[in-house]
Design a protein around this ligand. Structure first.
Ligand code: GSH
Length: 208
């Protein structure tokens, strides 16, 4: 069967280009696997049928002929297991890719989210509660990348997911991390990223 990926039928302007089905679309583009988006509105996401596919009612969810799954990081790793474009095939290399996907989603993403959603609610003298941990994480990542091109010397699914997390960071913060900015540019210059982004943007339906 054609691979199916769920995506939002509609999103507010600020979220367009950042909805997490982008990760899956990008991975599929890198792996040269075709797919069809399944666009879901709020009612569908609340419904029984969609909850059987994505228990929390979020996007993305994924199905191919063999598996039906959810959580963008897990889906990207599943796609990576099928394509050397996204992961080395040796166990040691594969393990590193998994580490970076989890690092992006669980060790960096929460601090990016806190900055975006919690910081505006904090008084000026408390903003460092979110600023300092985010800077520490970005600094660690920048130190790791150093003069290198990618997290593990070649592009992998780890870079793909990390890019989608880091590109959400406020420009003013990112400006303090020039090596991260170069890394981000390098990853986002990939033609597969451009195709995935274009596809997500094209699928939003403003009439429903
Ligand atoms: N951890 C999930 C998060 C997915 C997620 O946050 N999806 C958002 C869009 S980016 C969503 O569906 N929001 C609607 C909602 O939470 O009800 C993943 O990575 O797949």
């Amino acid at each position: 069967m054609t691979i199916q990926v769920s995506a939002l039928k509609w999103a507010p302007e600020f979220a367009r280009g950042y909805v997490k089905d982008l990760r899956v679309r990008w991975a599929l583009e890198e792996a040269e696997l075709s797919y069809e988006p399944v666009l879901v509105g709020e009612d569908a996401r609340a419904g029984r049928a969609y909850r059987a596919w994505q228990p929390i009612g979020q996007v993305p969810a994924f199905r191919d002929g063999q598996v039906e799954m959810f959580e963008s990081g897990a889906i990207v790793l599943h796609i990576a297991s099928k394509s050397e474009k996204l992961s080395p095939t040796d166990p040691a290399g594969r393990a590193r890719v998994g580490s970076w996907v989890f690092a992006a989603t669980t060790s960096i993403q929460p601090y990016v989210d806190n900055y975006a959603f919690l910081r505006p609610l904090l008084p000026d003298d408390k903003k460092d509660v979110v600023d300092a941990p985010l800077s520490a994480r970005l600094g660690a990542l920048q130190d790791w990348i150093g003069d290198g091109t990618y997290l593990e010397g070649r592009f992998t699914a780890g870079d793909l997911v990390m890019t989608t997390v880091i590109r959400e960071v406020d420009d003013a913060v990112l400006a303090r991390f020039p090596a991260l900015l170069s890394y981000l540019e390098r990853c986002q210059e990939r033609p597969a990223f451009a195709r995935a982004l274009e596809a997500q943007l094209a699928d939003f339906n403003d009439t429903s």
